[in-house]
Design a protein around this ligand. Structure first.
Ligand SMILES: [Cu+2]
Length: 752
């Protein structure tokens, strides 16, 4: 165990003490504590939702351009590390495609063999109006093709002029600077509206160089393994450059409201420290059309959307160095290479193109004053091509088709019944039927001759001989209830049976050739993955309870949520013929039985007030355990026990905090994936802000003590070196991606 656990136990003790003294402290009123993270009483929302909006959101988005990071303050959420703006959210240990993520009502899909472009990467943090999280027990109207929960990201509601006002003109301008990595962002927003028409534009750019790991006394030892081409502390392949824009039109007339949104994203470069490739181009266009009608019988919502993604990968600068100068047109041995040939390779271009078309219709019918019936239908059509053009040597002479004309179409219908049988009870029962249809065309390797390296010839032939069409009929159920014991105690509990069909990469990637398979990896662990057409959908059964104890006006509150999930046909990985311990391997996706359980605790309380303002304490604790029940192995990338405590101070326009983040050793590991252990650590962050009516200034220091630490969910470090080799000498297997060292940040936002 050692001394590293000491602060963590202290924190748990403090958290318990907080809970014990809660009731006492609540006697004094301190309604000025910053807005709560978990607002179980949000009007019109279901139980079990965590929501981030308002001042809390404004504070969280300074210093980051990764929208997923805003979710870190929600109980039960952890993040898989990826590129600088593409972290993958996990809820109670279930990540990525296991979570349904909607951006302005659009169900977006990561279209890349490494899931480099997940839904939230299309939304700049400054364009977010609210983020809602539904963990585990999700109403079926919000579930579907997911088992871990649902995240709903919405841009701000359109604003209209008041009836007595001719025009409403509004604007925002802002930005931040972050010292570590020289990161900055700038955003502008402008809107003009009459009482029935509104037009709004928002644009944001963000750019950063590679960041530096902490430089405390352990650094030399720890970063010695990162590689040799970069300065000692620099974490390779962590730079990014992203640009997002949206144009929004809204029209309302009486009971009707129509909204149309166009989104455009261009990412010229986003490097990945835990992948063998880097994203050197991602261009996205989306169109979104929404209708809402408030009728005397209830509410009607309709939506249609279309998204087109053009994704390109190759080696970024830190990886390309090993192959020669920045032109990329250089052979592996460093000699000039043009034109490419069977003995001379230049980089490795990889392309993914995807199109998503979706539509939905939902009616909320008021049956009585206390009962509501919700009926809905959804459609999503998805197309994906994934091909790798020839670049020489073994990647020659033709194009490698990883997925050729992949299709994944979903149709869903659902019905949900919400009732308040007595003022104390709120109940919700729902059923959702979903059909997922998948298919793909024939594939080929770079070389179609029987002499092709890595078994490409035989495996392509075997894959093409199979029937690729698969249809899954998925039934989802959820039942949840909230019971109000008295004005200080609520109880929320529920059961959900949720089903997710495999994605196109899990079903249709076909090559076990180490070079090809290692390009198919959506978890950042450095291994290679091969699909299986016969994979079955994952079926999760979840039980959870939330004990919510609070002051009548929520001056203090504490919520504890224990949960248990049992998954049949969980898509885990198993060994292939060759498997080596302490190394990267090629693994096969396979259905297994799994269970996940744990607890989240969140709370806040006022402490005291004096001439220096109102002081308070906020705390968050997460614990999750995940097990593969077929192999008795651990599940991959489960966030170890962690606690965040903040001492907050408010005085006039000031809102300041000292934050302590404590994370335990990660030693519950996935053996089959050779997951790396990461040591426990404690970080201190200082946050300050001052708000005037139209101006807000934020500043702070993250990782105050410049502590060196490894990201528990950051995956395997592949930020530099000859990453095309399954087990390169540099970086060798066994190095985790380091977290960011000390960073000063300052942000300024103006509203007019
Ligand atoms: Cu990619």
């Amino acid at each position: 165990m050692g001394p590293r656990l000491h602060p963590l136990y202290t924190a748990v003790a403090v958290a318990c003490a907080m809970a014990a003294t809660w009731h006492h402290a609540g006697a004094e009123s301190a309604t000025d504590l910053s807005e709560i993270v978990v607002s179980a009483e949000t009007p019109g929302s279901f139980p079990n939702s965590g929501m981030i909006t308002g001042p809390e959101l404004e504070a969280a988005r300074v210093g980051t351009s990764d929208t997923a990071k805003l979710l870190l303050q929600v109980p039960g959420v952890s993040l898989y590390g990826a590129g600088g703006v593409s972290s993958l959210p996990a809820i109670h240990g279930l990540a990525d495609d296991r979570v349904r993520i909607q951006v302005d009502g659009m169900d977006l899909i990561a279209s890349c063999p490494n899931h480099m472009n997940p839904p939230l990467s299309y939304l700049d943090p400054t364009a977010v109006g609210s983020l809602k999280v539904f963990a585990g027990i999700v109403p079926v109207s919000l579930a579907g093709d997911s088992i871990g929960g649902t995240i709903i990201a919405d841009s701000p509601e359109p604003e209209f002029a008041a009836p007595d006002q001719k025009y409403l003109l509004k604007g925002t301008i802002g930005g931040y600077y972050q010292s570590n990595g020289n990161g900055y962002s700038a955003n502008v927003g402008a809107s003009a509206a009459t009482d029935s028409l509104s037009i709004a534009y928002s644009g944001a750019i963000a750019k950063s160089q590679n960041y530096q790991a902490g430089s405390d006394f352990k650094t030399t030892r720890a970063t010695g393994r990162l590689g040799h081409t970069l300065p000692l502390n620099e974490v390779g392949s962590t730079a990014y450059d992203t640009r997002n824009q949206t144009l929004d039109f809204a029209w309302k007339n009486g009971i009707h409201k129509v909204e149309a949104e166009i989104g455009y994203q261009d990412i010229p470069e986003e490097l990945f420290p835990n992948q063998r490739m880097d994203m050197l181009g991602n261009e996205q266009t989306s169109f979104d059309l929404n209708y809402t009608g408030d009728f005397n019988w209830g509410k009607l919502e309709a939506q249609a959307y279309y998204q087109k993604v053009d994704h390109y990968m190759n080696f970024g600068p830190d990886k390309r160095f090993w192959y020669g100068p920045a032109t990329g047109m250089v052979a592996v041995d460093g000699k000039p290479c043009w034109p490419i040939s069977g003995t001379c390779a230049a980089g490795m271009p990889m392309n993914t193109d995807a199109k998503t078309l979706g539509a939905s219709l939902q009616a909320d019918i008021d049956l009585t004053d206390t009962q509501l019936l919700r009926l809905g239908v959804e459609y999503q059509g998805y197309q994906l091509d994934d091909w790798w053009s020839p670049s020489g040597a073994k990647m020659y002479p033709g194009t490698f088709w990883n997925i050729n004309n992949g299709e994944r179409d979903r149709v869903a219908v659902y019905s949900e019944w919400e009732a308040r049988p007595t003022p104390q009870w709120l109940t919700l029962l729902g059923i959702r039927f979903e059909q997922v249809d998948m298919n793909t065309g024939d594939v080929r390797g770079y070389d179609t001759s029987p002499m092709a390296p890595g078994n490409q010839y035989l495996e392509a032939k075997r894959f093409n001989a199979q029937d690729h069409q698969e249809t899954d009929n998925n039934v989802n159920l959820s039942a949840l209830a909230r019971y109000r014991l008295d004005e200080t105690k609520n109880l929320e509990f529920g059961y959900a049976h949720l089903v997710r069909s495999p994605n196109l990469y899990e079903r249709y990637t076909w090559s076990s050739w180490t070079m090809a398979a290692s390009m198919n990896n959506s978890v950042g662990d450095g291994n290679g993955y091969v699909g299986d057409i016969n994979l079955k959908p994952e079926q999760a059964n979840t039980l959870s309870v939330t004990f919510d104890w609070h002051a009548p006006e929520r001056e203090w509150e504490v919520q504890a949520t224990p949960y248990y999930t049992y998954v049949t046909d969980y898509i885990d990985a198993i060994r292939t013929a060759v498997w080596i311990p302490d190394a990267f391997n090629v693994l096969q996706y396979a259905n297994q039985k799994a269970q996940l359980y744990g607890i989240d605790v969140a709370g806040k309380m006022p402490l005291f007030k004096n001439d220096f303002g109102h002081f308070g304490l906020k705390g968050l604790l997460n614990y999750t355990k995940g097990e593969n029940l077929d192999t008795n192995d651990g599940l991959y990338n489960i966030m170890p026990l962690n606690v965040t405590l903040s001492l907050t101070q408010r005085l006039g326009g000031w809102d300041n905090a000292v934050e302590v983040v404590m994370v335990d050793t990660k030693d519950d590991l996935s053996e089959v994936r050779n997951e790396i252990e990461t040591p426990g650590y404690t970080l201190f962050n200082l946050r300050g802000s001052y708000s005037w009516t139209k101006v807000r200034l934020d500043f702070g220091i993250e990782n105050l003590l410049d502590r060196f630490y490894s990201l528990p969910l950051g995956g395997a470090y592949l930020g530099q070196g000859k990453t095309m080799e399954l087990n390169p000498t540099v970086p060798a297997w066994g190095t985790a991606v380091p977290g960011m060292g000390r960073s000063f940040y300052v942000g300024l936002n103006l509203k007019f």
